[in-house]
Design a binder for this molecule. Structure first.
Ligand SMILES: [Zn+2]
Ligand SMILES: [Zn+2]
Ligand SMILES: [Zn+2]
Length: 232
């Protein structure tokens, strides 16, 4: 039964999680005691944040040092920790599947992103990349789908994990290329009846200018400004 009084959903005290009595004019606290403790905490830099557990409508008082794991209860905190662990596991699995046994520091990633200028883009397809100066993990930061560092010659194919072998690439190209050389990757896309991911590379080769060149002897594709880069 719905009456006009029950339209407002139950609100819960941001401090003790008890339901706030209906008709109370307090918005965040259940009682005068919680209100005075809450006010003192807010004064000290604590914030009122929504519980991050899915479909939870509770609010919590978050300490200034806490970043993004706000939970109203122990069980919701455990749920958030489990979700974070699962996400990390999936990331690790994807990296392993892509042959990425290597890691990059934030500074290295930023340097790689800057290789294509002020608006970083994928060297293979030209897709614009989202890059943030404050790192590459956590909420609201780019996922692998948006920004990745690729080894031109994959580690699985004997490439080295150093700057000469790094390029900024989008997650789609990164995942599609895998351990293939660029020439084999393009050939594989064409054989599958797809438009090759590496559109920029094909454009440069067709024009005979630009960043990408093909070695007439070996057929290998390389970056002109990194002529020292050779297959090991
Ligand atoms: Zn309370
Ligand atoms: Zn919750
Ligand atoms: Zn791309």
């Amino acid at each position: 039964m719905r009456t006009s009084h029950t339209h407002t959903p139950t609100r819960f005290c941001a401090l003790c999680q008890k339901a706030i009595p209906t008709g109370s004019r307090r918005r965040r606290w259940c009682s005068a005691t919680c209100a005075s403790i809450g006010a003192r905490l807010l004064h000290r830099g604590f914030r009122v944040e929504r519980c991050r557990a899915r479909r939870c409508s509770h609010f919590v008082v978050a300490p200034p040092s806490q970043r993004d794991r706000f939970a109203c209860s122990r069980s919701h905190l455990q749920q958030l920790i489990r979700e974070a662990a699962r996400a990390a596991e999936n990331r690790a699995r994807r990296n392993e599947a892509a042959g990425v046994a290597a890691t990059w520091t934030t500074d290295e990633r930023l340097a790689v992103a800057a290789m294509t200028g002020a608006t970083p883009s994928c060297v293979y397809c030209g897709h614009l990349l989202v890059v943030r100066a404050d790192g590459f993990s956590g909420r609201g930061t780019p996922t692998k789908a948006q920004f990745g560092v690729d080894h031109i010659i994959s580690l699985a194919a004997g490439g080295t994990h150093d700057a000469r072998n790094w390029v900024p690439s989008c997650g789609r190209c990164n995942r599609s290329k895998r351990e293939f050389s660029i020439a084999d990757w393009i050939a594989r896309d064409i054989a599958a009846g797809r438009e090759p991911h590496a559109r920029l590379v094909l454009g440069d080769l067709a024009a005979g200018s630009g960043a990408w060149r093909r070695d007439p002897q070996t057929g290998e594709i390389y970056l002109a400004n990194r002529s020292a880069l050779v297959r090991p």
